[in-house]
Design a protein around this ligand. Sequence first.
Ligand code: CA
Length: 226
Amino acid sequence: MKILLIEDEEGLILTLTDRLESEGFSVTSAIDGEAGLALALAKNFNLIILDVMLPRKNGYDVCRDLRQRNVQTPILMLTAKGETIDKVLGLKLGADDYLTKPFEVMELLARIEALLRRAPNTDQFSDASFEFGDVSIDFRRAEISRSGERVDLSAMEFKLLQFLIENRGAVHSRDHLLDEVWGYDAMPSTRTVDVHVAWLRQKLEENPKHPQFIQTVHGLGYKFVA
Ligand code: CA
């Protein structure tokens, strides 16, 4: 699940990004309204967290512009204390929910989950295909090619690659990957993950010994970076 965070307080960006990524979200951030609007129009996100007081373009204008351009991504607005009337304005302009600063991260997570449950799942559509380096993937057909040549992956290699890409940017421990990709009932060892990662690198990385995309995070696990 991809979240766009439009917020100009750097401390808050760091805290929220860290926390949301540890919950398995992939987070992209923008520090002003113009940049946030451009990102929201250029890419698909499952949810947008939008601060009201932003440099260059305020949150209301960003919200209104997005809805006018038919971007239907759920928007959670962050308002400062005392901006009560502004909450109503935000909802009128098309925001789905709002949260008043300062807030507990648990509260934010609960709101995010509620919004995502209500929203149509656009994830499948936006991730129907993906490209990195000289590799292109068609997820619906489960086909991969590299510089136009077809690459054969086993079912598990494909599942692992898809999981890493869908949750790119976040670090995944070997245990977490076993649970997510192999399933709770399977009992392979964490070594299985290492072996599959090595095979994927062999097939997809230009230099498997110095992988550019499927990276090792020492002591923690793996992450996909594009
Ligand atoms: Ca602000």
